[in-house]
Design a protein around this ligand. Structure first.
Ligand code: AHR
Length: 321
């Protein structure tokens, strides 16, 4: 290639993909939901560590559970001209306007751990999430198997109202128990993914269900709410893990501690490392123009008391949960 052709080629490819851009040059803003759960805290810690590994200038804005704060943070990242924006959307709706602003500024957005409504699909580059319908289904199927045909009244602690993972985990669980007429959800209420609300709502379920005597199982959309519910059951003189079955989602260290003590039965793991695959997708997109798949799916694994919960607790306890 002669010099003129070479200059032309590099100008064209430079304009398209910022050829030669290295992770060290990238600045990425992350609009994080807050710190409602142990899982969320771990996701923040792991994201920072993954950014450091790749030498990325990483800016985190904590929205304290408020969508309006997330919208402000995205606008501020757009104004700063960051190279990409990560968004963990607290709820599924209400993103169109702000994501269009990011798109007009040619800033790719990556969704982490939660989805937005399918109508917004063209407004983000990729989503790194688990299959949250599947998580609920795994929990429901585990319960059907464990109840073994006996009548089983279930109380459900839902996540944040309007969050994709709450809607999906509810649906998945209902699918999982659909073929078992002995397993029924008798009460269902949001505990907003927090330990304190999980405990409070469980206390009201216990009161409403004859001191808890008519409850066979608790299904919680996350482990933190289950840890709160376990506390409520113990304070009411009930025996979670034996008299009342428990199944929840996240696989945080404290649920393994409860499992090791015989006070919890099962959890479905959600990896806190959503940012690692997201950084790699953005780097490949920025440096080579590689389009990532629209959905980068993370694994979901069921753990029960048979999986040496104390060893799992030890392996996870220092990971930032
Ligand atoms: O979006 C993931 C969910 O958010 C986690 O399961 C829960 O703990 C967190 O609050």
């Amino acid at each position: 290639m002669n010099l003129r052709a070479l200059l032309l080629a590099s100008a064209v490819s430079g304009a398209l993909f910022s050829v030669g851009a290295q992770a060290a040059e990238l600045t990425i803003g992350f609009s994080q939901i807050g710190s409602e759960s142990g899982w969320r805290a771990a996701e923040t810690t792991v994201s920072k560590a993954e950014a450091k590994k790749r030498n990325i200038n990483f800016k985190i804005a904590d929205a304290q559970q408020k969508q309006e704060n997330q919208i402000k943070a995205i606008r501020s990242f757009v104004a700063q001209g960051v190279d990409a924006i990560f968004l963990a959307p607290v709820v599924a709706t209400g993103w169109d306007a702000v994501l269009k602003e990011a798109q007009e500024a040619k800033i790719p957005v990556v969704l982490l751990d939660r989805d937005i409504d399918p109508a917004g699909k063209n407004l983000y580059l990729t989503a790194v999430t688990s299959d949250s319908v599947h998580e609920g289904k795994v929990a429901g199927q585990w319960l059907v198997k464990t109840a073994g045909g006996k009548p089983c009244n279930v109380v459900e602690l839902q996540g944040t109202v309007g969050a994709s993972v709450a809607t999906n985990r509810k649906k998945g669980f209902e699918d999982g128990i659909a073929g078992a007429s002995n397993v029924k959800i008798v009460r269902s209420q949001t505990g907003d993914f927090t330990r304190a609300k999980g405990k409070e709502v469980m206390e009201s379920f216990i009161k409403a269900e004859g001191g808890g005597k008519t409850i066979c199982a608790v299904y919680a959309h996350n482990d933190d709410m289950m840890v709160g519910a376990i506390q409520a059951m113990k304070e009411a003189g009930l025996k979670p893990g034996t008299e009342i079955l428990t199944v929840s989602i996240d696989a945080v260290p404290d649920i393994f501690k409860a499992m090791a003590a015989g006070e919890a039965n099962a959890t479905v793991e959600l990896t806190p490392n959503m940012a690692g695959p997201a950084f790699d997708a953005v780097i490949a997109y920025k440096t080579k123009g590689t389009m990532p798949p629209k959905w980068i799916q993370t694994e979901s694994k069921l753990y029960t008391q048979a999986d040496n919960p104390m060893a799992v607790y030890e392996s996870k306890k220092d990971l930032g949960y």
